[in-house]
Design a protein around this ligand. Sequence first.
Ligand code: HEC
Length: 246
Amino acid sequence: MIGLCEFRLNALPTSGKLLCTFFLICMGIGYVFSQLNVFFTYNRADGEAGLSLQDIIVTFYGQPGVLLIESKLKGAMREHLDNEYDRNSLINWAKRGARKEKFSEIKGIIIKNCLRCHTAGGESSFAPFDKFSTVSDIFTRINYGVPVSRLITLSHIHMISIGVIFALSGIIFLFTPINEKLKTALLIFPFGSLMLDIFSWWLTKLTPVFAITVLIGGVCTVVSFTIQFVISLLTMWTSSRKSLLT
Ligand code: HEC
């Protein structure tokens, strides 16, 4: 019998290796998709294609002095309108105070282009456009960045789901033969990066400078998961019982 601390992944039966391998691969693919999602949701936040610090600032801190609807229609929501005329109509209606008398002029544009997501049960049900009152309320808002209520939702979903993924991948990584101190650091690294990322969202809401730590935290979570992924798979599928990186 070997003790738990001497147990290595390559001693697992093939069934166990396959379980761990498929888990890691699915999480890896899931991670790639989540990063693509971040890219497509936020890369146009500042109106320019490509992810930049400015996108992070516009998303979390906002653009004080600019209407939320104007920011969104020039950035993330741009693709949902097929012409400049409709975009200007919506922005001008908002800038003139989103008045009920003129609502009929832009109602059709919203029904045609926005309602499929901006309704109860839709992708953006937190900002429904079903009623004049909610439309006018949202259209007259200044862009102060992600609302606190949504930040709470985003934070708890990310912290719990990604935390659980890191815990499971960490349990697999525990049985790799690398130096104990390095292993401890590599086990803590993903959790530290995740916390840096999520706490920085909140800090960026207060001051734009923290956009840089949002970026660093995000990059570090990807790097730390990749390191665990590679070392775990190498250990599992190489027959040598010798240490890889001692
Ligand atoms: C494919 C789904 C989809 C369509 C279509 C869509 N949106 Fe959005 N909208 C979203 C999502 C998801 C968010 C949240 C992410 C974000 O803020 O970028 C959002 C956020 C917004 C916000 C910010 C709301 C807030 O409280 O933060 C505004 C304003 C907005 N959309 C306006 C529009 C307008 C105007 C249209 C139509 C021209 C439109 N959207 C079409 C999905 C959509």
